[in-house]
Design a protein around this ligand. Structure first.
Ligand code: SF4
Length: 442
């Protein structure tokens, strides 16, 4: 047992006590000194002022953030910061501080004497992750004495899991976050390399709620009441992955990191303490299914949608354009649902919608909608395109997407996206196990 890395799996039962147990079992504070400056990096991904985003599995619970601060104070640490670089989609997307305040962090910092840091705004340092990929990382996290990585547990539509490694991407500036979705450099490689620049001293996976098919609220949350803790980020993520029923060897960013360090991804090589992993693991899915022709999500086939093709997103699609692509799908579905347009008898006008940074227009379509500056550039001079509709922007404005759909003759429902988000907002209503007080300071 001696050389094995320790990982604690603890059932969340009560405030502070459960996290305390996880940290004690994993020797999580063994390298912590009273004089250390400490940063806690939760997952406070983004905020939408227009739509309610169910917080379950989407954000780290505020309960876990507050508990961590309490335990650090009990230990005797005085210099504590909570830091996040939230995803900014448009210029008017609320900033990290706003998101953290909405999640009750402001009360935490006032009550316990801590600080909030917006990692998007603080000073950064340019660092080469690999040849051709220079990123700007917030200096706060590079120069910190003790870094606590505190993500919520999710499966993820691009990287399969979003745990300790993936949470570190939030320490990059907005442009660098987007750059990691590179057309030539694997997103998983980039993620694995970030952990070599910001090596967490402690990783705690918040699995009070686990999100299936994340990262966005379109996935399905499960109440799981799990906490995973380790001073080793790789071991923590191997355990988190296994708990969600996935094979760590199939997670490319874990594999890249393990291979470089000649480390094992074998769960048997980990000293598991606490709950029996086989008794508490629950397999969940990570992927959204597309049809065989790659002309749309399988729901298009179920609804009999014809005449419009939306190839499956790839790893080059960043969080900026991702909701816009989702909106395109919703608008097409709304046209079919509302008036039957887009079916066998009345197909759409034979167009394709491309996104990300490397999709190439295929032959046979009368129009090609290019969503965002990246895909416009990637398809410059593409001879397969008969009629290009360039929806410019990084990411493109929703109104421009609507205009392009109108040019293609799509008779969509104006409020379709709002309706869809409204349905998502109601998903967990009346379900006792989903407790919104977990997302507020006590
Ligand atoms: S155009 Fe879209 S995919 Fe490209 S960087 Fe901007 S938001 Fe990301």
């Amino acid at each position: 047992m001696e050389n094995k890395k320790k990982v604690a799996i603890v059932k969340y039962k009560k405030p502070t006590g459960s996290l305390r147990e996880a940290i004690e079992l994993s020797d999580g504070f063994s390298d912590l000194k009273l004089s250390d400056a400490v940063i806690i990096k939760p997952n406070a991904l983004t905020w939408d002022n227009d739509h309610y985003l169910p917080p379950y599995g989407f954000f780290t619970t505020t309960r876990m953030v507050e508990d961590m601060v309490i335990l650090l104070k009990e230990f005797g640490v005085t210099n504590i910061s909570i830091a996040e670089g939230a995803v900014k989609i448009y210029d008017d997307t609320p900033d990290s501080e706003f998101v953290m305040k909405k999640l009750g962090y402001e009360k935490i910092v006032k009550r316990y004497g801590a600080k909030l840091i917006d990692l998007n705004k603080s000073e950064s340092e340019k660092i080469e992750l690999t040849k051709g990929l220079d990123v700007s990382i917030a200096k706060d996290v590079l120069n910190i004495d003790f870094f606590i990585d505190l993500p919520v547990m999710k499966t993820h539509a691009q990287t399969k899991v979003s745990l300790g490694f993936k949470n570190l991407k939030g320490c990059l500036k907005t442009a660098s976050k987007r750059l990691c979705h590179h057309p030539e450099i694997d997103l998983d490689l980039a993620i694995s390399l970030i952990a070599e620049k910001i090596a967490p001293d402690l990783t705690v996976l918040d699995g009070i709620y686990i999100l299936e098919k994340g990262p966005m609220v379109t996935g399905k949350a499960h109440r799981s009441d799990l906490i995973v803790a380790s001073t080793d980020i790789l071991a923590a993520d191997v355990v988190g992955t296994t708990l969600m029923g996935l094979d760590p060897n199939e997670i490319a960013h874990l594999k890249y990191y393990a291979d470089r360090g000649e480390e094992s991804l074998d769960i048997q090589e980990i000293d598991l303490i606490g709950e029996d992993i086989d008794a508490v693991k629950k397999p969940i899915k990570w992927d959204w299914s597309w049809n065989e022709e790659n002309t749309g999500p399988t729901v298009f086939d179920r609804m009999g949608i014809k005449g419009a093709a939306v190839p499956k997103y790839d790893t080059t699609l960043c969080t900026g354009c991702s909701p816009v692509v989702n909106m395109a799908n919703i608008f097409l579905i709304s046209a079919k649902m509302q008036g039957g347009q887009g079916g066998e008898d009345n197909p759409f006008s034979n167009f394709e919608i491309l996104s990300g940074k490397k999709m190439l227009a295929r032959p046979g379509y009368d129009r090609t909608i290019l969503l965002g500056n990246c895909i416009i550039k990637a398809n410059k001079g593409n001879a397969n395109i008969k009629g290009a509709l360039a929806v410019k922007g990084c990411p493109p404005p929703v109104e421009e997407l609507k205009n392009a759909l109108k040019i293609c003759g799509v008779d969509f429902v104006e409020g379709a996206y709002d309706f869809y988000m409204g349905e998502i907002a109601k998903k967990y209503e009346g379900k006792e196990e989903f407790d919104e007080t977990h997302f507020n300071c006590s």
